[in-house]
Design a protein around this ligand. Structure first.
Ligand code: TRP
Length: 374
């Protein structure tokens, strides 16, 4: 990948060159004709795709054609439950909900309490399970009903997954996973087996339905190594290859390529209170000039600005986002004012989200796959 940046499922470092990353992984850029195909079947295109935040894929066009021929498919994504959810995590899930609604699709959502336990020496299995339940509230709060959302908490809902993971594991050699994930002699063997579980969910809908049911996986590009392997072995196991749709990373409020869990001020968590949200936004790094006078004269740079990035992610109105971009560039809009506008949008989103989240609190088990298979 070169030395200037590093992207693995567990680490993102440096300034990410998204085109280089695609070439390195071997995924394809989303083209205007892919987007047209989506518009044809969905009737519209979600802003996150229109604005290029989701920018790459594997066989996205293929799965749309599969849909066009009237055959079944499903959605799959997941979360490593190691702490509270920030609003950046919610972005792919917002798109997930949109796909589920537009195409009437069931969603398989994996909570990897096992993965995060293996990966983080500080976390107990009780911790990651507790986070799995907490984080599930944020997913459910997007408005999913139990017939559409199937939650899989790995250590609790392993039963239907395990036989598939076993078949998957037999196809993956140490040589392959070592090279793909950068494992070393001191990696614990839990983490080494884990990829077979993340891959297994991609094959689960086919097993459950007893007919070929490929999945579309919307997620951030750092998860590609799993699904590249899944696609390599799918056919030899009698499963259709999963399709993927990849996003870029959410900018940190401090201006880095990705938010970091170790600096709580770099992200807005869904459980942050009003005051904290306001402070984080008002203190955010921007693409502005050192003084108001210079900003008026020279204008700011929205391309490197997390505040603009969040306007782009959370404002559905194209005209309003375009106006902010132009007014920033021209110097007509100063950072303080722009931050207040953002604060307004995020607070409105969070207020509604917090309420929905609390309503879900006693309902998580109804969404778990095991409760439906019994
Ligand atoms: N490994 C992912 C993480 O650490 C969690 C995950 C499991 C996932 N299955 C997935 C993410 C499918 C995207 C798609 O966050």
């Amino acid at each position: 990948m070169g030395e200037e940046f590093v992207v693995t499922p567990w680490e993102v470092r440096g300034k990410v060159d998204y085109d280089k990353l695609l070439a390195h992984f071997g995924a394809r850029p989303l083209t205007p004709s892919d987007v047209e195909l989506l518009a044809k079947y969905a009737g519209e295109v979600h802003p996150l795709i229109r604005r290029g935040f989701f920018y790459a894929h594997r066989d996205f066009d293929e799965i749309l054609r599969w849909h066009g021929s009237g055959r079944p498919w499903a959605l799959y994504t997941g979360r490593g439950p190691s702490g509270p959810v920030h609003i950046g995590h919610m972005v792919p899930w917002i798109l997930l909900k949109w796909f589920s609604d537009k195409f009437g699709l069931e969603v398989y959502f994996q909570m990897t309490d096992d993965e995060k336990f293996y990966d983080d020496p500080e976390l107990s299995l009780a911790d990651t399970r507790r986070w799995a339940y907490e984080n599930a509230l944020d997913v459910i709060a997007l408005g999913f009903t139990p017939d559409r959302l199937h939650l899989i908490i790995d250590t609790l809902d392993i039963k239907p997954l395990f036989p598939i993971a076993v078949k998957t594991a037999k196809k993956l050699t140490w040589n392959t996973v070592k090279a793909t994930f950068g494992f070393t002699d001191s990696t614990n063997i839990g983490l080494i087996f884990y990829p077979s579980l993340q891959i297994a969910v991609a094959f689960l809908p086919t097993e459950l339905r007893g007919e070929a049911t490929p999945v579309l996986i919307p997620c951030a590009i750092d998860q590609d190594p799993y699904f590249r392997l899944a696609r390599d072995i799918a056919e030899s196991l009698g499963y259709p290859k999963p399709a993927t749709l990849y996003s870029k990373f959410i900018m940190s409020l401090t201006g880095e390529s990705k938010m970091s869990a170790s600096n709580p001020d770099s992200a807005i968590y869904t459980i942050d209170d009003e005051k904290t949200v306001r402070r984080k936004i008002m203190n955010a790094f921007t693409g502005g000039r050192p003084t108001a006078e210079e900003q008026r004269k020279l204008g700011g740079n929205p391309n490197i600005c997390p505040v603009f990035h969040y306007h782009m992610l959370f404002d559905p109105d194209d005209k309003s986002v375009e106006k902010i971009r132009q007014d920033c560039r021209s110097g007509a809009l100063l950072c303080g004012e722009c931050k207040l506008m953002l604060h307004d949008k995020i607070s409105r989103f969070l207020k509604q989200h917090r309420e929905a989240r609390e309503k879900a609190r006693d309902k998580v088990d109804q969404y778990r796959l095991s409760s439906k298979l019994r």
